[in-house]
Design a protein. Structure first.
Length: 154
């Protein structure tokens, strides 16, 4: 019996090491999210719709299956728009997918921001897209953040 008791701590340690190594393999790398396109949609005196397509690249060896997505589009310290999607998103392992969204912004805020940021004459708007894929494979949120520049159509 004493022989078994002396092996018990070693077996427990081995089980703990195996558990931790399997948990480490479950850590997901953050997906790369870029704005693939922004198109102006319907507009009214108070609201501007933007059709935003996000390109999501999955650097993981497993597919990312998310229940939805939340994102913010900002320029400098000013938020331009935010959006959500409750549609299922599936990005293949080591692959990419496109996620189309319609975003609503306040027309007056958008015009002010556009004139302030684009007043430099080159027609380029620097932006940051950030947010998260929600409920990825039942493991929670996977956040993303990416800076970029958008050239206004001529």
């Amino acid at each position: 019996m004493k022989h078994l008791e002396s092996r018990y701590p070693r077996l427990l340690l081995l089980a703990l090491i195996l558990c931790l190594s399997s948990c480490a393999s479950l850590v997901l790398k953050k997906p790369e999210v870029r704005v693939a396109s922004i198109e102006l949609g319907k507009s009214s005196l108070l609201q501007q719709d933007l059709k935003v397509v996000l390109r999501v690249q999955n650097p993981n060896a497993i597919a990312l299956n998310a229940r939805g997505l939340y994102f913010q589009l900002s320029s400098g310290d000013e938020q331009m728009a935010s959006g959500v999607s409750d549609q299922a998103i599936s990005i293949p392992a080591m692959g990419e997918g496109m996620v189309p969204l319609t975003v609503h912004t306040a027309m007056l805020d958008w015009l002010k921001l556009a004139s302030d940021k684009l007043g430099n004459g080159n027609g380029v708007l620097n932006y940051r897209v950030s947010g998260y894929l929600d409920d990825v494979d039942g493991m929670g949120r996977v956040e993303f953040k990416r800076d970029g520049a958008w050239q206004l159509p001529q």
